[in-house]
Design a protein around this ligand. Structure first.
Ligand code: ZN
Length: 361
């Protein structure tokens, strides 16, 4: 274990960052990003960063919807690290603390923030969403209020999974799922699989996961009481009916953003059940309102998450959730361009790829 002064000196000498220069142009180079430490901020040496579908999409498309990469931008928003410096007003963290960070910082005075809906604040500053830089760089300054101390038994790799896990936990929270429920999760990508973990931790008796990729479904079956459906070969609604004595699933989490799945989303649902839209469709998608009415379905939508990071950390610490089967590959920082090139091919069998910045621990 090195000292904090080692970390400070290494962060000062090393200015390298993974910079998206524009569509399809990614370089690992020196990038000066002076950040001043406010009274309620902490400085964090970055340890591990997960590669997210959104990072890859900015790399391959240069934009997501209205967010366009116009200036060089550092990628990465799923991160853990070590506190190296704290502002004068910081009370809950100290240098040496291992932490994970919530990447979206809202305006504390915004109306949505004051209502508790800070994820919906139009002024939110979210890492690696243009024009805000991400954290594939040696260090970052971040508010204490969005930085969470890790218990000793939570690894940096698991902590860098808190950000995607938070999406799943937020979805299950919105569903108000009850113990003993049967859930369907559509899509076995990283967000689908963290939603499976969150649903099981929330007391779900069984989760039926659908996808078209058998290797991803195989990983899903390792997560607990899970059965799978390959919708390239089988009909989801028929399989769900067969596995629920004709009743249907209590909760359906749509995590694929699939227009086809959304069009028939109420078919596998039980009367009085709930559908939660988690995956973002690339194009406008529509569902059948009358199909929802005859089941008096409740419909929820989620955008990122709010107020769930502490619960995610607590579940990793207690063992209620184990994210390790989802972390399928780890790259050193020097190989990050290579890592993104691989991620852009959507390799079969890979769920979450992570990059280690080279800190000790
Ligand atoms: Zn992400």
């Amino acid at each position: 274990m090195s000292t904090m002064s080692d970390l400070n000196s290494s962060t000062q000498s090393d200015r390298r960052a993974l910079v998206l220069e524009g569509k399809d142009r990614l370089t690992l180079r020196d990038y000066d990003l002076p950040e001043t430490l406010g009274d309620h901020d902490v400085r964090i040496a970055i340890h591990t960063v997960g590669i997210c579908g959104s990072d890859v999409h900015y790399y391959t498309h240069g934009a997501i919807g209205p967010f366009v990469v116009r200036e060089p931008m550092i990628l990465g928003h799923e991160a853990s690290g070590i506190v190296t410096e704290v502002g004068a007003g910081v009370t809950t963290l100290k240098p040496g603390d291992r932490v994970c960070m919530e990447p979206g910082v809202p305006d504390p005075n915004g109306r949505a923030t004051r209502l508790g809906l800070y994820n919906l604040d139009p002024a939110v500053q979210f890492w690696a969403t243009p024009p805000v830089h991400g954290v594939l760089r040696p260090s970052v300054v971040h508010p204490e209020a969005f930085t969470f101390k890790l218990p000793d038994n939570v690894s940096f790799a698991a902590a860098a999974m808190v950000e995607p896990l938070a999406v799943g936990v937020h979805a299950v929270t919105k569903a108000k799922a009850a113990p003993g429920n049967v859930a369907v999760v559509i899509g076995a990508g990283p967000i689908g699989l963290v939603t499976v973990l969150a649903a099981l931790a929330g007391g779900c008796a069984h989760v039926i996961v659908s996808d078209v990729d058998d290797t991803k479904l195989e990983i899903a079956r390792k997560l607990g009481s899970v059965s799978t459906v390959n919708v390239a070969r089988e009909n989801l609604a028929e399989v769900v009916k067969a596995r629920t004595e004709g009743w249907g699933a209590d909760v359906i989490y749509e995590c694929a953003g699939s227009e086809k799945a959304i069009a028939g989303i109420f078919e596998p649902l039980c009367p009085g059940g709930v559908v939660v839209f988690v995956g973002i469709p690339l194009h406008p998608a529509s569902y059948d309102v009358s199909a929802a009415m005859v089941k008096e379905a409740r419909v929820e939508h989620v955008f990122r998450y709010a107020h769930v990071f502490p619960r995610c950390v607590a579940m990793l610490a207690s063992g209620a959730v184990d994210v390790s089967p989802l972390i399928t590959r780890t790259f050193p920082f020097e190989k990050s361009v290579e890592a993104f090139k691989l991620a852009a091919t959507s390799p079969k069998g890979e769920v979450k790829m992570q990059i280690e910045m080279g800190l000790p621990g």
